[in-house]
Design a protein around this ligand. Sequence first.
Ligand code: UT7
Length: 334
Amino acid sequence: MYNSKITGLGKYVPENVVTNHDLSKLMDTNDAWIQERTGIEERRWIKEGSEDTSAVMGAKAARIAIERSGLTKDDIDFIVFATLSPDYYFPGCGVQIQDMLDMPTIGALDVRNQCSGFVYALSVADQFIKTGMYKNVLVIGAEYHSNGLDKTTRGRSVSVIFGDGAGACVLSREEDNTKGILSTHLHSQGKYADKLIVESPSIGHWVPEILNAKDQDISYFPYMDGQFVFKNAVVRFSEVIMEGLAKNNMQKEDIDMFIPHQANLRISQFIQRKFGLTDDQVFNNIQKYGNTTAASIIIALTEAWEEGKIKAGDNVVLAAFGSGFTWGSVIIKW
Ligand code: UT7
């Protein structure tokens, strides 16, 4: 069995900055409420007329990650793409990457696991490398939320949170099994699927029905029972981090860098306090980007690395929780 390690990181966010003040012109909200409840100051939303989509942003991040890994697109053996906002209902974004990057006809897989999508995607890629099937896997998380949000007062509790963006990494074979991804831990609880959901379009609620229902039908906007999701998030985050530490005989004191899914700054701060971590041991950027769902961990990891906050030998912990419910963690020896 091999280990896998991250050999290249990249990110891309749209240029268009949308501040809380900008949102207050669209709906009944204000900067104080958004900052106090979520920590978000601004987010990036793709501008109308831009070429950007989840796949296009993913391709931009992927090119940077591949270049930084010192490899070329022809060295990549497989693509895993995590998103809840694919360009098409089908096919998935993975195959678009294969085309956009002009890659050989390698396999491409889409992962549909929302906020924990990147953790799941990394785990899938890790298994392919561990077994020796592939040497280099491109893993992408990207979201184009802004076009699917209810930007009226009706949708304010959800739409102020989400931002657009993409991140990518190259995961490569590592012969030394004390380095790289040490373990991954994945969970789900479908009982709570309806607590954070986009119901339509779905096979049960298809286009003619949606067109007939017109404005009365809000099933095509994200719905979230915010407080219920929050309470479950803090419990599951803690559990799945503890599970990862225990598996590797580590204590919370062994964590050098914690990169949480950027759902809400209050959730990250709660976990930080619970695990006794200093501000330097937790990386947050939700203030600038909002919640970019499957892209959030990989954008944050890329930025933390770019800012020199992760050194060789560090124990890096990634953890996410979200719609499904699904949650997971990854323990990495950098
Ligand atoms: O990423 C996937 C996982 N997601 C999460 O983990 C998110 C978890 N949940 C949360 O982060 C929080 O629950 C939210 C940020 C979504 C909401 O914060 P909250 O503190 O739970 O607020 P609330 O929904 O209980 O709303 C409080 C009040 C309500 O007014 P009343 O009923 O008290 O009069 C809302 O109508 O705030 C009102 N409100 C707003 N006011 C101004 C809701 N949204 C807004 C808004 N601006 N955007």
